[in-house]
Design a protein. Sequence first.
Length: 439
Amino acid sequence: MIINIENTRKTIKKHIIDDGFDLIVDLEKSYGSWLFDANDGRKYLDFFNMYGSIPIGYNHPKLLKHKDLLTKASLNKPANSEMYTTFLAECYNSFFKIAVPEVFKYCFFIEGGALGVENAIKASFDWKIKKNFKSKGKYEGGSMVMHLKDCFHGRTGYTLSLTNTSDSRKTDYFPIFNWPRITNPIVTFPKNEENLRKVQTLETKAINEIKNAIFKYGNKIASFILEPIQGEGGDNHFRKEFFQKIREICNEEEIILIFDEVQSGMGITGEWWAWQNNDIPPDMMCFGKKTQVCGVVSSSRVDEIENNVFNESSRINSTWGGNLTDMVRLTIYLNIIQEEDLIRKAAITGNYLLEQLNLIQNDYSDLVSNSRGLGLMCAFDLPNTKLRDKLINSIIKNGAIIIGSGKKSVRFRPALNISEVELDQGFSIIRKSLNEIRT
């Protein structure tokens, strides 16, 4: 059977559920922030960006110059955890030189953001149990992870006990651990006195729940994991004061603080990592999506245990240790982002995006509310799920790709180098679509 554009979807449908976008991606023709449909040649402004995993759009000219290098890296797939290459060394060197803050010392690469989280959790268990042994002479405790409501940390073993977004299909019927789940004190926008009181009340509730969990479970709690901005759960933002309090508690109670930056990392918030906007570092940080290869970096706090997982052979490992082609692509991306100053530009363009969303909110106040964002990681709400989904379908029909988050939010995950002109084109599509669902 010869596969062509006409039978692509029919072929795929034989083996998997057919619930993807109604188009066939033309990977060769797509460029920058524009995705082309191979079916009819139509182009779409891409605010979806493959779940926000492509940092500088499609087929960046500087990336295409390295096609031969990417081919060399892809012909064979080495076990990077055991067999080293210059490509691997170049990736580590560039990652830590350009993107990873100095607070972090160790790194573990793996394929898949959820597995980055998984291994951060394992590292925290190892650290806590060995800490307990040092103080009590017993290998005990260190078996629980505190986390927030509406979080999304993946769909693998341990992460299933964390993820609890509005779409319960992600976790229904799978056996999970009953770990402490804390109220998420999300900020409601605009930031006025009424909304400030609301979030402060929620913060007090959350802190009390944390303290009660620590009182109840004691040294069983190994770590506290949270997303600096909850993505899948609804683009939920938190105040700096909340992060400060969490940091204090984790220091006092010997709990590892883990930030999951799989969705919010690599520049989209106007900093390399979302937590840098508040300058409150975690002990471990998970990364993925835009980084191509996924994993976790750790500070030297784990060195309180000499034989921690980053020092003890085979304590954490995988066959591939990440994909070498992804590492080469990451190295190229890092250099392009640095050369073109795209982190700073994402902050500026992000401010423009949010300004325009606020104008749309003013003009369509019967439909749009809670416009919010940090850098280019922006969102707004519709009154309910039904209207949100109707708007998304209209936006796609009118020429832009976008998806939702949470129960009623529309999320933006554009490339770091999207222009204001392209954003304006997107706003025109959104306004047209809002007019359509009004009728």
